[in-house]
Each structure stands twice: as structure tokens, then as C-alpha cells.
Write a protein that binds this ligand. Structure first.
Ligand SMILES: NC(=O)c1ccc[n+]([C@@H]2O[C@H](COP(=O)([O-])OP(=O)(O)OC[C@H]3O[C@@H](n4cnc5c(N)ncnc54)[C@H](O)[C@@H]3O)[C@@H](O)[C@H]2O)c1
Ligand SMILES: O=C(O)C[C@H](O)C(=O)O
Ligand SMILES: [Mg+2]
Length: 622
């Protein structure tokens, strides 16, 4: 087997462990594609109860208990999977308060703990619970509670999950990657913990974000949970509190920088792609300083993307096009929108670049169109309005720096405040990716009342909840119900009285990254092209009906996430085929893919999604 190849230096104890893991089997099949064929396992007894991939707990049938030497190791009552879940839900539901309000919810962490324990002991049941109740528990395993989890990770840490590649592992990564038990890994989410949501540098505790994203890969995209791998690249932390905290779980040193930093990430990438050449790596929550550089460094060589830059951009484009439709105008009017963006980091710049390109395409897809499109944006960062007069301007923000003379005519200047900019520009859209909670203050929202739009749109996209630029309550109370509102973290719809509802859309990259990953995997494309990302965004934009959009609903409810993910994945595959990038996947030839109709592609996607059903287990000696 290639995993025992000679160039890999493994200690004998490691080899033993590795052999045990590998022979423990990753033979579990997709129930959808392989029917009811049993799963062959090479372990028995307690080993199987302690293996979350195979464990069924009280749902092991009596014949299975005999076959697998489990008789007596479990309470005698054999439960159906449904009853098992009912029992678990009683426990979970005991904490009635919703976890939606994130850190303000005292029970959010308790819920996360209960779910996490289930994740550790029975993966199938965990994902069954999560998929069936995604609206209720996505805010627990994902944003916003996952932020709180990362902030409290040293206290919450029980069983390790995922892999840690640290600065101390330099020179060892190529061999240590073989410590992971799964022979096949489809999806890695990697972070260096340097900008976790809007919470800053959380160091190694940022692993929680990679785990949360992969939960959605399984729940929304049906990636087999045995083939996902959360990864933390620990190069230290610049968080002074963590550097002094005796309970901190990571390297207590300042972050590596420059070539030393890049060398660690390079080594990690080489190691994972050597062991799993078909894996897809999603970069998550890297500070913007590195987010763009690493994306440029790897995107033409490896199957990778940066979710904060590219996933967020696609979701924002879909939302911005939805906001145009919600004004009763055709999408092609998008290039006329005046857009003020607060935040020029990895997410803000990603959105600006994508929005500019989308406008340019609509205006004729040429240089002139591209040049003129940039005049639709006003960008405000921590130092105020960005103009050509900015000293030491960030090169990524430079294309959006406004001309000083032009700004003078508009009554603005370098560093003008957000409220001044909103007052002068009277934008159609105010979009926040600043990580500053409450940035869209009463004053800013009052200024937006003079918007020239018939239905101004507010995107308060920063996470988690307390970092949102404003709440929907505040926005609707100041601006009335004739607005479009979206936030990165979930908020409840607002009751506006008289039976009217102010819709709060969740504008989060969760609507795209699972489909981008799944579509790339099933197309077999070696890279993730701009066209594939654009196709994903366009599919999301077209997903909402005219009726929904007119009501102010521009993103689907999270309860539809599995469906929208299938559609996004199909759009990504189609684009990969059209760009001649598709190489096929798992017996599906690229030539076959080329012949598929749109519906056949969607069917192909559905068939390859993992479903949380217990397969029958049969023991076989090594
Ligand atoms: N909704 C989503 O899907 C989504 C996706 C990605 C990121 N985000 C959120 O966006 C936020 C930013 O992420 P990032 O990666 O771009 O972070 P970042 O640190 O790279 O960028 C933050 C930007 O905000 C600017 N800023 C700071 N204070 C400001 C102020 N008072 N006024 C205006 N701008 C200000 C900074 O100058 C910087 O340009 C985070 O909260 C993150 O959770 C949301
Ligand atoms: O994690 C999220 O909820 C969205 C985004 O990736 C973020 O960094 O905020
Ligand atoms: Mg992120």
C-alpha cells in the first residue's frame, strides 16, 4: 500500500497505530450508491463502541451484537435509530432557549457540549440530528456559537478532532500526515487561527472554526464524514492573553512571519497533497495579510480556495443581485447601484473585486467597462474613506481608492467618516465586513434614509452576532420596512406590527462553500477557477423566486441548505466541464459528465452525497 512507502519515516509504534487505524477500515460505503451492501469491519467489541465511525450505540441489533462480540457491552434494549434520536433530543431540548443569540445565550455552550459529545461517540447519529434540525443547530455548531467555543476552547477541549501541524513539526509533516487514520480524505478545512470570525487572533483554539465548517460540509454537501479533516496550522499567536495563559493549548510564541511562515504552509500543502492528491483544501480565517498571498501562491497548482475571500464574494454578489431584484428592477441594472463598503480586509476586498467584475461583465466585459465599474464603490476602513491620498495604501485596496478631486466635488475627503460618506453618496447599498459591532449606528442609518434607492439594502455581514454592524431591529426601526436586510450571523425576523414582518436574511458563505467543495470534488477539476466560483454565485442568485425576493427574502432559509448545495455543486460541475477542467471522479468519466443534461448532473450530485444511515456491519479478520 502506498501509505507504507519507503520515503516515509515512521517509528514502529506509529506504524502499529497506523496499521490499526487503516485496517479499522474506511470501507464504509455510500448508502445511496451501493444500496444495502454490508460494511466490512476489522474490529470488534469495545473497539467498535469507541469508534464513532461505526458505532450505533443502543441501535446495534441482537444478531449484530453477537457477530461483533458486543453482547453484554450494551444495555439490552435494542432501540431504533429514531427512538435513539428521540432520547437524545429530550436531553438537548431541556435547554429551551435558542442558541441563535450566540454569546448572549447562556445555554449555547451547553448545547454545543451535548452535541459535541454525540459527535465523539456516534457520527452517524450526530449528523442525522444535525441534518434534521439544521435551522436550530447550525447556530450552535457553526456561527455564532462556534466563535464562543473557540474563545473557550481550552476549557471545552475533550477529545482531539482533526490534525495540528505546528512550527515545531517542520521537516516532519510529510510523514506525520500518515498518522491520520483515513486512507481517503476529500475535504480539508485549514486555519491558522489568526482572524477567527471577528474575534481576532485565537491561535490554536481556532481549530473550532475548521470543525464547524466541516460539519456543514457533511450536513449540507453530504461529504462522507470519514473523509473530512479539520486542520490547524499552529505558527504561534500574537494574542497577548493566550501567550500568558497557562491553559492555552498551542505554541506559546509569537507568530512566525515572512518566509518562515510561508515555509510551514508550503510544507503542509505538499504533505497533504502527496498523501491525498485529490483532496480539496479550504483556507479559512487567515488574516488578510496572508489570505490573498496564499491564495495567489496556491490556486493555480492546488485544488484550493479561500472561503473568506472567494466564498463570501459569491454570497455577497448573490445578495446584491437579489437586492436589485427586490427593487423591482432587472439584475442587469446592478452596475447602476452605488455601494458603500465598510471594511477592506480579506472579505471586503474579495467582495469588491467580484462585484466590480460582475458589473463589468454586464457592461460589455471590456477594459472600459472594468474601469468604469469601480466608480460605483466607496470603501471605508478603520481610517475612513480610502482615497488616492491615503499614505501607505494597501495594494489590494488601491484599485478602489477614490480620486481626491472627484471626492472634493462630492464634499468628501481622504479619511471621511462612514456617516459623512453615507450622507454624501446616498448609496443603494451599505455593506459591512468590518468586524465592528454597531458600526452602522443610529446616525449612519438615519443618513441612509436619504438613499436614492427605492429600497435600500443593508448587509451587516460581520460575525459573530455581537460583531454585526447593526441588528435588524435597529435597521427596521429606523428605516421602516421598505429595506432589504441581511446579516452574517442568524437573527430572527422582526415583527413590525400590523402583521408585517421585516425579513432578516442570513448572508453567510455557508450558502456557497459546501457546494463549491462538492462540485469541485465530483467534477474532478484540478483547480477551482474564477468561472466555477462565478457559476456558484449565479446559481445562488437565481435560486430565489421573484415572489420571495419582492418580499425581501434574498437568501434561502438554512432548512433548504442541502438542496441549494446540490444546485450549486451542479453549477460548479457544469462550468468545470465547459472550461474543460473536469477530469471525472470515482469511476465517473469526464466524457460521461460532458454528455449529462442539467438534471442529470443534479442527479449525479445527489447520488454521491453521503446520508446518515447505519449500514449493516460484518466482521472480517485482518
Ligand atoms: N458573512 C460572511 O459570510 C462573512 C464572510 C467572511 C468574513 N465575514 C466577517 O467579516 C469580518 C471581517 O473579516 P475580514 O477577513 O475581512 O477581516 P479583516 O481583519 O481582514 O478586515 C477588517 C477590515 O475592517 C476595517 N475596519 C476596522 N474598523 C473599522 C471601522 N471602524 N470602520 C470601517 N472599517 C473598519 C479594517 O480596516 C479592515 O479593512 C469578520 O467579522 C468576519 O467574521 C463574514
Ligand atoms: O464563519 C462564518 O460564519 C462566515 C465567515 O467565514 C467568517 O469568517 O465570518
Ligand atoms: Mg471565515
Amino acid at each position: 500500500m502506498p501509505i507504507f512507502s519507503n520515503h516515509v519515516r515512521l517509528s514502529s509504534s506509529l506504524l502499529q497505530r497506523l496499521k490499526r487505524h487503516v485496517t479499522a477500515g474506511v470501507h464504509r460505503s455510500f448508502t445511496t450508491t451501493e444500496g444495502n451492501r454490508p460494511t466490512i469491519v476489522h474490529k470488534r467489541s469495545l473497539d467498535i463502541l469507541h469508534d464513532p465511525w461505526f458505532n450505533k450505540g443502543t441501535a446495534f441489533s441482537m444478531t449484530e451484537r453477537d457477530r461483533l462480540d458486543l453482547r453484554g457491552l450494551l444495555p439490552p434494549n435494542v432501540m431504533s435509530p429514531n427512538l435513539q434520536i428521540e432520547r437524545f433530543m429530550v436531553d438537548l431540548k431541556r435547554l429551551q432557549v435558542q442558541a441563535r443569540d450566540g454569546p448572549s445565550d447562556p445555554n449555547a455552550l451547553a448545547k454545543w457540549r451535548i452535541l459535541n459529545r454525540l459527535h465523539d461517540r456516534n457520527e452517524t447519529m450526530y449528523y442525522k440530528v444535525l441534518i434534521a434540525n439544521i435551522e436550530e443547530y447550525a447556530p450552535v455548531v457553526y456561527t455564532p456559537t462556534v466563535g464562543l467555543v473557540c474563545q473557550n476552547y481550552s476549557g471545552l477541549f475533550r477529545r482531539p478532532r482533526g490534525m495540528y501541524f505546528s512550527a515545531e513539526d517542520r521537516g516532519e509533516m510529510m510523514s506525520m500526515v500518515y498518522n491520520w487514520p483515513a486512507e481517503q480524505v476529500d475535504m480539508i478545512v485549514v486555519t491558522d487561527g489568526s482572524r477567527v470570525l471577528g474575534l481576532g487572533d485565537l491561535g490554536v483554539h481556532g481549530i473550532g472554526i475548521a470543525i464547524g465548517k466541516l460539519d456543514l460540509y457533511v450536513a449540507a454537501a453530504g461529504i462522507n464524514p470519514q473523509r473530512v479533516l479539520p486542520v490547524m496550522i499552529d505558527v504561534g499567536t500574537n494574542n497577548g492573553k493566550l501567550l500568558k495563559d497557562p491553559l492555552y493549548l498551542g505554541l506559546q510564541q509569537h507568530r512566525l512571519d515572512g518566509d518562515d511562515y510561508v515555509a510551514v504552509v508550503d510544507e503542509f500543502m505538499e504533505a497533504v497533497f502527496t498523501r491525498w492528491p485529490n483532496v480539496i483544501v479550504q483556507f479559512e480565517d487567515f488574516q488578510s495579510k496572508w489570505a490573498f498571498k496564499l491564495l495567489q501562491r496556491y490556486r493555480n497548482t492546488y485544488r484550493m480556495f479561500n472561503d473568506d475571500v472567494q466564498g463570501t464574494a459569491g454570497v455577497a454578489i448573490a445578495g446584491l443581485l437579489g437586492a436589485v431584484r427586490a427593487q423591482g428592477r432587472p439584475m442587469i441594472d446592478f452596475p447602476k447601484q452605488k455601494i458603500v463598503v465598510a471594511g477592506a480586509g480579506s472579505a471586503g476586498i474579495g467582495v469588491l473585486n467580484a462585484a466590480r467584475k460582475t458589473m463589468a461583465r454586464m457592461l460589455g466585459n471590456n477594459e472600459v467597462a472594468y474601469e468604469s465599474a469601480k466608480s460605483q464603490f466607496w470603501v471605508v476602513d478603520a481610517k475612513g474613506l480610502i482615497t488616492e491620498g491615503r499614505e501607505n495604501i494597501d495594494p489590494d485596496a488601491l484599485p478602489f481608492a477614490r480620486n481626491l478631486k472627484e471626492m472634493d466635488r462630492q464634499g468628501l475627503r481622504e479619511g471621511a467618516s462612514l456617516v459623512e460618506v453615507v450622507k454624501q453618496v446616498k448609496p443603494d447599498v451599505l455593506l459591512g465586513l468590518s468586524a465592528v459591532g454597531g458600526l452602522f449606528s443610529k446616525e449612519v442609518l438615519e443618513a441612509l434614509k436619504d438613499s436614492t434607492s427605492t429600497r435600500p439594502a443593508i448587509f451587516a455581514m460581520s460575525n459573530p452576532t455581537k460583531n454585526a454592524e447593526c441588528t435588524p431591529e435597529v435597521a427596521f426601526s429606523i428605516l421602516g420596512d421598505n429595506i432589504i436586510f441581511a446579516s452574517g450571523s442568524p437573527f430572527r425576523d422582526v415583527d413590525l406590527g400590523n402583521g408585517r414582518i421585516g425579513h432578516c436574511n442570513q448572508g453567510n458563505n455557508m450558502y456557497l462553500f459546501p457546494g463549491i467543495g462538492l462540485g469541485t470534488l465530483l467534477s474532478g477539476s484540478r483547480v477551482i477557477s474564477d468561472g466555477m466560483l462565478q457559476a456558484a454565485a449565479e446559481r445562488l442568485a437565481a435560486y430565489m423566486s421573484d415572489d420571495e425576493v419582492i418580499q425581501g427574502i434574498i437568501f434561502p432559509s438554512i432548512s433548504r441548505i442541502r438542496d441549494i448545495t446540490q444546485e450549486v455543486a451542479a453549477a460548479v460541475i457544469k462550468e468545470a466541464v465547459e472550461e474543460d477542467l473536469a477530469e471525472g471522479h470515482n469511476g465517473m468519466d469526464a466524457r460521461e459528465l460532458r454528455k449529462f443534461s442539467q438534471n442529470e448532473i443534479v442527479e449525479y450530485v445527489k447520488k454521491n452525497m453521503w446520508n446518515p444511515e447505519y449500514p449493516t456491519l460484518v466482521y472480517k479478520q485482518d
